[in-house]
Design a protein. Structure first.
Length: 343
C-alpha cells in the first residue's frame, strides 16, 4: 500500500516528520512536483493515482487553513479518481502522528475526554440551542477527527448580535488581517455603525485592508492602526508574513507597537473582535478590569489553543450580565468564536 500526504506545506511537512510510514507528498503546485521535500518525493494527483489500483493507495489530505474545506476537496478528488481512499489528516493525529499534538485546538482524545465535564458546564452557560450544538459538534470533531460533525454558520448570520448593535457602535477589529471580517460587519449592519477601527500589525495586511475599504467606507468613519493588541504596552518582535499566520514573536527582529484593549476605547457602544493568533487570553486577562467596567461586546477567537474556550469563559463568567454564544464560521472547525453580549 502506498501512502500519500496531500499538501507539502507547513502541516503536511509537520506530519511527515512525525510518522514512520513511507510516503510521498502529493501537491498541486507545479514548482514542487518532481522535487524532493524532507527526503520525500513530490508528485501530483494524476501521477499518484497511476501507482496501482485505487484500493492500494491511501491519500491523507494535510491542509488546514481558513476557507479550505476537507469535505469539498475530498469530493472533488473522488469525482476525478473514483475509489481512491481519501482520508483527513486528523486520522494521523490520532495514530502515528500523535506526537504533533497539540496543534491549534487539536489535542489527544484522552486529554480532551478528561475536560468534557468542564465543557458541559460551559454548555449550560450558553444562551441558545445553536451555540450548544456548535460546541457539541466541535468537540465531537476534535474527538473523532470527522469533519462531518462540525456545525458552521456564516459570519454574517448573527441575529443575536444585530439585535443589540447601536447604529452608533464603534467596531474595533483587533487582528483585522486584510479587512475581510470588517467587511462582513459592514454588510451585516447594512452600514449602520458609528466608526470602524482596524488594528493590524502586519503592514502588508493593513495595506490590503485599506484598499478593500477605499470604496466601502468614507475616510471619516474608519481608522487604520498598525499595532498589535497584547497584554503589555510597548514594542514586541513580530513576524510579518503578509498572511493570516503573522504573529507576535519575542525573538523576531522586526518590532511592532503593542497596546492594551483600553487604548481603543471610545464613547458610546463598543464592540471588540479579538483574533490575534493565540494571544487572546493574555490580552483579556491584562484588560479584565477595563472589560468589567466598560462592558464592551466581545467576539473572541477560541481556536488557536486547545483550552482557549475554557480559559476565556473562566475569565468572563464572573462579570455580571454577559450572555454567551458560540459560532463556528469555518468549514474545517477554524474561526470558532465566543461572543459575549452585555445585557
Amino acid at each position: 500500500m502506498l501512502t500519500g500526504l496531500y499538501g507539502a506545506g507547513f502541516l503536511g511537512r509537520k506530519i511527515g516528520r512525525a510518522i514512520d510510514t513511507p510516503f510521498v507528498f502529493v501537491d498541486d503546485t507545479p514548482s514542487k512536483v518532481g522535487t524532493v521535500i524532507d527526503e520525500h518525493d513530490v508528485t501530483n494527483l494524476e501521477q499518484f493515482s497511476r501507482n496501482g489500483p485505487s484500493h492500494s493507495l491511501v491519500l491523507y489530505v494535510c491542509i488546514f487553513q481558513p476557507g479550505f474545506s476537507y469535505l469539498r476537496k475530498r469530493d472533488q478528488i473522488r469525482a476525478t479518481y473514483p475509489g481512491l481512499d481519501v482520508r483527513p489528516f486528523t486520522e494521523l493525529f490520532h495514530s502515528s502522528a500523535s506526537g504533533v499534538l497539540p496543534y491549534l485546538f487539536f489535542e489527544s482524545p484522552t486529554d480532551l475526554s478528561e475536560k468534557l465535564g468542564l465543557y458541559e458546564k460551559i454548555s449550560r452557560l450558553l444562551n441558545d440551542d445553536l451555540s450548544r450544538s456548535t460546541l457539541s459538534g466541535h468537540l465531537a470533531f476534535r474527538l473523532t477527527g470527522q469533519f462531518e460533525k462540525i456545525v458552521s454558520t456564516p459570519r454574517r448570520d448573527l441575529s443575536f448580535l444585530c439585535d443589540v448593535l447601536s447604529p452608533l457602535v464603534t467596531y474595533v477589529d483587533a487582528g483585522a488581517f486584510d479587512g475581510d471580517t470588517a467587511e462582513d460587519f459592514v454588510a451585516m449592519t447594512k452600514g449602520r455603525f458609528g466608526h470602524l477601527c482596524l488594528v493590524e500589525p502586519d503592514p502588508n495586511n493593513l495595506s490590503r485592508a485599506e484598499k478593500r475599504f477605499a470604496d466601502l467606507c468614507r475616510p471619516g468613519r474608519i481608522t487604520f492602526r498598525q499595532e498589535a493588541v497584547s497584554d503589555v504596552r510597548g514594542l514586541m518582535g513580530f513576524n510579518a508574513l503578509g498572511s493570516v499566520g503573522s504573529s507576535l514573536d519575542p525573538d523576531a527582529d522586526n518590532k511592532v507597537k503593542t497596546s492594551l484593549l483600553s487604548d481603543f476605547d471610545s464613547e458610546g457602544q463598543l464592540y471588540i473582535k479579538l483574533d490575534i493568533e493565540g494571544a487572546e487570553i493574555p490580552a483579556i486577562r491584562a484588560s479584565i478590569d477595563f472589560i468589567t467596567s466598560r462592558r464592551p461586546i466581545l467576539a473572541i477567537s477560541v481556536y488557536h489553543r486547545p483550552d482557549d474556550l475554557l480559559n476565556a469563559i473562566k475569565l468572563l463568567e464572573g462579570i455580571e450580565g454577559y450572555a454567551f454564544y458560540i459560532r463556528c464560521h469555518g468549514p474545517a472547525g477554524e474561526d470558532l468564536m465566543l461572543y459575549a453580549i452585555p445585557n
